[in-house]
Design a protein around this ligand. Sequence first.
Ligand code: NAD
Ligand code: MG
Length: 390
Amino acid sequence: MQQIAVLGATGSIGTSALDVIARHPQAMRASVLAAGRQVDALLALCRQHRPDHAVIADPALYPRLRDGLREAGLPTQAHAGDDALQSLVHGDACQTVVAAIVGAAGLPSTLAAARAGKRLLLANKESLVLAGELLMGTAQAHGARIIPIDSEHNAIFQCLADGNPPARITLTASGGPFRGWTRNALATVTPAQAVAHPKWSMGPKISVDSATLMNKGLEVIEAHHLFSLPASAIRVLVHPQSLVHSLVDFIDGSTLAQLGLPDMRTALAVGLAWPQRIRSGVAALDLLTQGGRLEFEAPDPTAFPCLDLAYAALQAGGTAPAVLNAANEQAVSAFLQGRIGFLDIPDTVAATLDALPVQPADSLDALLAADARARRLADTHITRISGARA
Ligand code: NAD
Ligand code: MG
């Protein structure tokens, strides 16, 4: 029986993971469920999946979790805070960790899973952007197997199954809800428009990232770390149907691709059972019912500058990707709160990158310090713009 910790259990990836796990009760079960602040949703998941442990990040919500579990007559133990989460991830409570917390907040628990040599289903791309070398090095040193859950990277992982190195990879991007829009038209888009993704149903942060193309930028950096490829060997193509999840070129002229319906349960099933294949609940792809067309186009760098900002941060190296990620998290959160406009997101990221000199990323402390500095600077920039808007 595979014991699985689902971190970010109440989110989009977390609930998809639990859906796949529940389809295989003889082989696997959710033994640890963790969430940030959605205590009622976490309690509902505990009633459904009966884990051994439930963790809420916000300590103020601990009494509600503990009492709720008791009232439901569940054997689940309640915990709160990051330290409790890290020790559960590290200990005997699980062999597999689904890392699906959103943002840099996911780094400590992801690192704990790597340090403990767990099977690590990595959806939390921000931890790779922030601390890619450290995370990959830790996983390697402790024998943790990382299986990427981002659909593009999961596709590439599947295409690389025979062990031959790729010559180049192509990450596909849906283009988001504003594909084809001009920069001018983007100035006034609302958070509601930005989170209405045409193909994928996802949490609010990654939905905005998809709309700005920062998501693809973060994925370029993610791919660099996962597959040890330079930026020059990672290309991005917009593919509006979102059926080809990525492509890999080999030196002999072959290109392999992985296709499927846009549903994260496929990638999660691959992560949970690899090298076996298990049922995920996702229907088989029928290209004719999907319209029979696969289209590809180049991304528009003028309307969507975030992609080039991410390439530049990857080239600059050191703390630059950590700064990019932190500034983006602050800007997306301000945009979702209606404090800044859509185009202020790339603007804030660019201004923060410009203002902070690149430093060597030689320790976790150096990275976390860069993350904190970038958040402060981005916040100052956001306050200035939102003041001007008011
Ligand atoms: P979401 O917003 O739907 O869920 C986020 C989860 O993280 C929630 O359970 C929330 O409670 C938890 N959380 C937030 N802050 C926390 C904290 N400080 N401590 C503990 N838990 C905390 O997000 P999502 O769309 O499921 O995305 C999760 C991660 O997976 C992100 O890194 C995202 O980039 C990545 N990802 C998502 C998709 C997708 O289809 N949704 C695809 C690829 C990658
Ligand atoms: Mg993706």
